[in-house]
Structures are given as structure tokens and as C-alpha cells.
Write a protein that binds this ligand. Structure first.
Ligand SMILES: [Zn+2]
Length: 400
């Protein structure tokens, strides 16, 4: 009997290791298929259809008031626009990969709520399995009393490249913004910032590696959430010579037309009010994913020590170099060099810039950012700027 089960175990192991497309693997995957809201402003229900039953844990968090549902790994195959409609107590919800093997749904609330029930029904007959959460309206004080501190994702020390003492090539850290439940800006077409910027970052990695002159680390190379402070920690753990955060903005209706790329550096005081608004929006990433960051909200409190001042100078130099290279490859914003208090740019020892590639709200920009030819041209220009920045600054580049 024991031998038999061992054999079965080995066979199962082999099935899991089989190439993609093998039945065993696809059968395991949990998929969310549909979502709907029901009820009114005193009691609202969210139902998520699933291909099979899973465990779910729901809790409330405050500031802003949200409900978080933690799930095991789920792929979300929900209809376009799911989560964007409001109903009753729910103003919207987001979903996505939160950490390795973990998915999360984050519900934005119109009013304080109490979680009345959370349950998962197994599939019956032609009904799929269902995750159901019932929210009832409560008062602010009770909400705050019950609001939990969500689990932080397991952030072991950020992965650093293996030490290679002879490899003096600079490490470039590429940081595609957003990911997982935080989709970033969105175009009317449904294109999401988190996807657009990931594609550009991957292209840039490819171009940088092709030169043979750099090592490259990405803060994420797929669609999952990475907290802002971890993005900074990844740059520092890898002793990065340069950190480039990649984003694409969107203007909300009625705030005018804007287009073109902008390069941002860190400053205590924003260069202009639009830059301030953008930094606030980008710094909200952790909140959107239902992650309680230990980041002080007020970046003005950061001590700008001597090292940081030097880093600031290098960041500014790279930003100017990048504008110089990009202007031949892409349309730039009318004032392309700006600054604000972006959390992700706060490494005291790593020159850091944040590139807004363009505006998802501009049909022209969107067309470009999603075109292969544009991505090719722009990433070549970024490599050119990186080359210029490093020539004469590092031993590996000095001989060129
Ligand atoms: Zn962004």
C-alpha cells in the first residue's frame, strides 16, 4: 500500500513538472470568472464566481476605509470593467496578485461597514463556486474599532544579484510602476498603466542587456504588487548605480489636454501643482493595494543628508541627459523636467528618476506607447542616455 501511494506521489509530481498545457496543471488553477454587486446602501453583497471552492479571509482597514479579501493564488478572468461600478456601500473594487501565491480583492467603501458574512459556496449543478461577502452599514466608531491591521506580504530581504567580484558593470534597476490590485492609470480603451509600463520596462531590459555593459534588475517582471518601500530596498540591496521608475499618467476628465513624456526627480517641494498631484497619486499605490506601508506620509520630513545631496545632483544630471536623448525619439511634455516628493525616488544613495512615458488619456500618446516601433525607439534613446551618464564615471565604461 505504501509503495503504491509512493508511486502515485511520484506520478503526481511528474505531472506537475510536465510542460505547460498539461492537464494536471490547468485543473489546479483557481479562476475568478465573474463578479456582481447586489443590495443597497444599508446592505451590499459582492459575489465572485469561481471555477472551484477556495479559502477566503476578509477584514476591514481604515484610512481610507476599505474591505480586503485575502485569497490564495487566483487568476482573474473577470469581464472588462469589473469592479468599476458602484452600488450601495461599495464604490469600486480592485483585484490582482498581491504576493507570491496570494491574491487580493480590495473594496473601496462609501460608508463605514461591518462584514456581516463571508462564505464560499461549492459549485452545484450548473452554478459555479461562489465567494460571497455581505457588508452592512455601521457607524464610524464601530468601523474603526474593528478595522484590522492587514498582513504585510512576506518581504524577506529583497533579492540581490549574486555577488560577482570581477563584474564592475553598473546595476540598473528598472521599476515598472503599479501591479496586481493597483492597476495605475487607465485609458478609455481599457489599457492599464501597469501593463503598458511593464512592456516598456521589459523592452528596456532587453536593450540594456544587449549592450553587455550593464546588469539589470527589475522590481517586478510580471503582474503583481510590489510595495513602494520594497522597490527602494531592491535598488539599495543591489547597490544600483541608477534607478528608473516607469509610469504613464492619465488626466481625469475636465483637467485639460496633456501629452508627451516627463522626467521627474525627487524634491521636498514639488516644482508645480500638477507634479504634486501626480506624486500624491503615485504614492497612493500601497493604499490602493490594501497595504499598510510604514512610509511616513509626509516626505518633507526626510533628512536630506550629504550623500543624498550628491545623489540628487546625479539624479538631476541623468534626468537632463535623458530629456536630451528622448527629445529625438518621443514627444516630450511642454515642461519635461519636473520634481516632486515621490516615495519611490527616495534612496539616499541611488540616483533615481521617474519617467512618465506619456498620457493614457491622450489617444496619440496611447497609440504610441502601445506600439512596438515606439517602444523600440524610446528604449534605444534611454540606453543612449544611460551610456552618456556612465561614460567616465565607472571603471567599466571608462575604456570606451
Ligand atoms: Zn503610475
Amino acid at each position: 500500500m505504501r509503495v503504491a501511494s509512493l508511486v502515485v506521489g511520484l506520478l503526481l509530481g511528474a505531472a506537475v513538472l510536465a510542460p505547460a498545457g498539461a492537464g494536471a496543471q490547468t485543473a489546479q488553477r483557481v479562476t475568478a470568472l465573474d463578479a456582481r454587486l447586489a443590495g443597497d446602501a444599508s446592505r451590499t453583497r459582492l459575489v465572485i464566481d469561481l471555477n472551484r471552492k477556495i479559502e477566503a479571509r476578509a477584514y476591514t482597514i481604515a484610512d481610507p476605509n476599505r474591505v480586503v479579501i485575502d485569497l490564495p493564488e487566483v487568476s482573474f478572468d473577470l469581464p472588462v470593467g469589473a469592479g468599476k461600478q458602484s452600488r450601495g456601500l461599495i464604490s469600486a473594487f480592485r483585484y490582482g496578485q498581491f504576493a507570491q501565491g496570494k491574491a487580493r480583492i480590495v473594496i473601496d467603501l462609501r460608508e463605514p461597514v461591518r462584514i456581516d458574512k463571508t462564505f464560499v459556496l461549492a459549485a452545484v449543478d450548473d452554478q459555479p463556486a461562489r465567494l460571497v461577502i455581505d457588508l452592512v452599514r455601521t457607524d464610524k466608531a464601530s468601523f474603526l474599532k474593528n478595522a484590522l491591521v492587514p498582513e504585510r506580504p512576506q518581504t524577506a530581504a529583497p533579492k540581490a544579484l549574486p555577488k560577482q567580484p570581477l563584474d564592475a558593470r553598473p546595476v540598473i534597476v528598472l521599476d515598472p510602476g503599479h501591479g496586481g490590485p493597483d492597476v495605475g492609470a487607465q485609458a478609455k480603451t481599457g489599457d492599464e498603466e501597469k501593463e503598458v509600463v511593464l512592456e516598456v520596462a521589459k523592452k528596456l531590459r532587453e536593450q540594456l542587456l544587449r549592450t553587455g555593459r550593464y546588469r539589470v534588475v527589475m522590481t517586478r517582471d510580471d503582474d503583481y504588487f510590489v510595495p513602494l518601500d520594497e522597490r527602494v530596498a531592491i535598488a539599495r540591496a543591489n547597490a544600483a548605480a541608477l534607478f528608473i521608475s516607469i509610469h504613464a499618467d492619465s488626466l481625469s476628465k475636465g483637467t485639460g489636454e496633456a501629452s508627451g513624456a516627463t522626467i521627474y526627480t525627487l524634491s521636498e517641494r514639488a516644482s508645480d501643482s500638477e507634479a504634486q498631484l501626480l506624486a500624491d497619486k503615485e504614492n497612493d499605490s500601497d493604499k490602493l493595494a490594501g497595504y499598510l506601508s510604514q512610509q511616513p506620509d509626509d516626505i518633507a520630513n526626510i533628512l536630506f543628508d550629504l550623500a543624498q545631496r550628491n545623489t540628487k545632483n546625479h539624479s538631476a544630471l541623468f534626468a537632463r541627459t535623458l530629456v536630451g536623448s528622448l527629445k529625438n525619439a518621443a514627444r516630450l511634455h511642454k515642461s519635461p523636467l519636473r520634481s516632486a516628493g515621490f516615495v519611490v525616488l527616495k534612496s539616499p544613495d541611488v540616483p533615481s528618476v521617474l519617467v512618465e512615458l506619456g498620457y493614457l488619456s491622450s489617444p496619440d500618446d496611447l497609440k504610441q506607447m502601445t506600439s512596438e516601433a515606439w517602444r523600440e525607439k524610446v528604449t534605444v534613446a534611454v540606453v543612449e542616455a544611460i551610456d552618456k551618464f556612465f561614460v567616465g564615471r565607472t571603471p567599466a565604461m571608462a575604456g570606451r
